[in-house]
Design a protein around this ligand. Sequence first.
Ligand code: MRU
Length: 309
Amino acid sequence: MATVEWDEAAGGVRLIDQTRLPAEERYVLCRTAEEVARAIRDMVVRGAPAIGAAAAYGVALAARAGRLAEGAAAIRASRPTARDLFWAVERVERAPDPLAEAHRVARENVEACRSIGRHGAALLPAGARVVTICNTGALATVDYGTALGVIRAAHETGKAPFVYVMETRPRAQGARLTTWELRRLGIPHRLIVDSAVGLLLQRGMVDVAVSGADRVCANGDVVNKVGTYPLAVLCREHGVPFYVAAPESTFDRRTPDGAGVTIEERAPEEVTGFAPPGTPAWNPAFDVTPAALVRALITEHGVVEGRPI
Ligand code: MRU
């Protein structure tokens, strides 16, 4: 399975369609920056580093078509929160060979994730019971994963982690995608509804929490999937370490703290499935976890405790 893969013969970037998983393993080919932008907006590809790699190839496609500025603008307008998207667009639009740069963005992410996995696995005790939110595995990156990469590396080094997977309303990335990945990897796990996490921690059923990030601000505030902040607050209440795993491409040194980050608001229809027709809804896709709640950041360069930058 390749999350984001360049296909030279087909003249585009191939994405696994994450809206169809786990029911179907289907791939989508994007031949223009606008098609890539649509795939990002519709969450065919999602997860900050995967969005970054897709964006990189989107800009390369635009450059090839002689429409660099329009293509880059379309990609920038696709989703607002993940730092990786803007980081990748900036890198590729400035590069003398945009496609070669997009390949570097993709390749570097795989290396970064493997390194995050190694550093993070060292923090997990043997037999750790881990809770995680959203999907941060191979599907959310180019390969291997960030928070899920930490769990995967722990599994590969014989530490036998057990994973509690938060379903992650409303798009169910945990229920649909993380369980799918964990099953393929042979890592034991159990699914919970998001609101069960309080009881899970209160009953002492978890040793450690690990999440990914869509953006880490200069002061260490972490913007990630909505529900991450309450998870981090619960971790503090119950003395459970809350770790965040993210590559350099997710760090935003220009934004001082989480208050300055645009939080994507998605369609109310994503949450009104059980409600009477016409019920108004507020559907923010991310939230802000203050730096003080994060025990440490796990990056490809190592583990950074406390305030990172
Ligand atoms: O809305 P999504 O599915 O793109 O949100 C993804 C997350 O919140 C992930 O935790 C984050 O991107 C890190 S992925 C390695």
